[in-house]
Write a new protein. Sequence first.
Length: 131
Amino acid sequence: EKLTMEIEVRNELSTLLINDQKIDRPAMETHTFELELKQGMNEFKVAAFKGIQSRVDTILVFSRMGPSLRWELGEKLSHHALLIATDEYDDPGWQKLNNPVFDARGLARVLSENYGFEVDTLLNATADEIL
């Protein structure tokens, strides 16, 4: 089973790295990566570098192929989401986002109303409240 991951580059970056796949000076466009999925949980690291600034995210993907499947046809699934957003941060190294709390509320509403997710949100929480 394969996963196609698309990453849209909106700012000039020095490097984009998806696991071991590296792009130096990626163009401001959508980059497509084909990734092999193994049974069970898969972890992908996405790193973007702009000068000395970097951002690293981990994306977890569960593959239902093979014997690790614990869901049976007809069994009700429950979906959970934890959304953390803040527009109250003081670090000058972080670029200000446009309305992250508003966006988190909107995403929570869509996940809940359209897809049946149980959603918890932490809005403008301190580091201690998050941990």
